[in-house]
Design a protein around this ligand. Structure first.
Ligand code: ASP
Length: 324
């Protein structure tokens, strides 16, 4: 058995590891862990407490993948519900589809009686309001929200660059491999923007025959490279988990234009091996590992630089979270 999550998984790791140790299936164990993170407002990048989009609304993305059936369930730009990961799981269970977004996703969530919540906490409202007050012209404010958002969005500030998702990968006692993700995506994103977290093959992928991978950070990069699917495919073609991750990092070196920023890649294989690398990271990336025995432990990710990054960090730090 193995469980790998990113550092944002902290609140859920003990529960997921305990469930796996007790013989639970990977999907159940991962969903239970991610739900704890989604419900906790101190995690500012997932579920309640997540940063809003440029309109000040929290839009959530999540997915789950069953590596044995290759069924997935994913939800994108979901507004008004506390547990996108569970809505994603129900899509897998109840629909012949794999991905629902926006209004349709909210309709489905209502239909299944999912827990409602607008997820915008007071501190996020304050930070968003500070951005609105300082950055918009009087004309834009008067027209709001019927004003062009594209330029505003290009210059907007993500208060938590590169820490915007939680990702879980597991191999349970039966050998089944699963993955799960949940995120509020980038703060101040354009409404309707999907990151990689709900995009199977980009933000995550699981195949019980070979392994699984999941990414955090600039989803725009992993969508372009199909990073998670590529890693599992490289393992199918004979690469070790370490070689597969490095091959996927090489794929990123070919990116030209667009957003080049930070990505952290997490991967496991079928034999209990794992690899986590922080591409263009700040050098402080850590992740959680539970290898089937003892307590989960925090480990450092291997740093890899592939080029100039374009950090979206406030020069004035005006719009960041209040100190905890
Ligand atoms: N990958 C997420 C996204 O692009 C954000 C993150 O993990 O930083 O929405």
């Amino acid at each position: 058995m193995i469980l790998v999550t990113n550092n944002e998984g902290t609140l859920g790791v003990p529960t997921t590891a305990a469930l796996l140790a007790a013989g639970a299936g990977g999907l159940d164990a991962i969903e239970a862990g991610i739900r704890l993170i989604e419900a906790d407002p101190s995690v500012r990048t997932v579920g309640r407490g997540g940063w809003p989009n440029i309109l000040g609304e929290v839009e959530l993305d999540a997915c789950m993948m069953d590596g044995t059936t290759l069924r997935t369930g994913a939800v994108g730009a979901l507004k008004g519900f506390l547990h996108p990961v569970s809505v994603a799981r129900e899509i897998m269970r109840r629909l012949p589809h794999e991905l629902l977004v926006g209004e349709g996703a909210a309709r489905f969530a209502r239909e299944i009686g999912a827990v409602t919540d607008d997820n915008l906490i007071e501190d996020s409202r304050r930070a968003w309001r500070a951005w609105f007050d300082h950055e918009l012209t009087p004309e834009q404010k008067a027209a709001w929200p019927d004003t062009d958002l594209a330029e505003l969005c290009r210059h907007a500030i993500d208060p938590e660059v590169g820490r915007d998702t939680t990702v879980f990968l597991s191999q349970d006692a039966s050998g089944a491999i699963c993955s799960g993700t949940s995120t509020s995506g980038w703060g101040w994103k354009y409404p309707g923007r999907l990151g990689d977290s709900p995009i199977i093959g980009a933000g995550s992928y699981a195949d019980t025959r070979y392994g699984a991978a999941a990414c955090t950070g600039a989803g725009e990069m992993t969508i372009r490279c199909g990073t998670s699917r590529a890693i599992v495919l490289y393992m199918k073609l004979g690469a070790t988990v370490e070689e597969a991750v490095h091959e996927a990092v090489d794929d990123m070196r070919a990116l030209r234009g667009g957003l080049i920023s930070r990505v952290t890649i997490h991967a496991i294989d079928t034999r209990g091996n794992h690899k986590v690398v922080a591409v263009n990271g700040a050098g402080d990336n850590v992740y959680w590992l539970w290898d089937g025995e003892g307590e989960p432990r925090r480990c450092p990710a291997e740093p890899i630089v592939i080029g100039e990054t374009q950090p979206r960090i406030s020069p004035t730090a005006r719009y960041t979270a209040a100190p905890r």
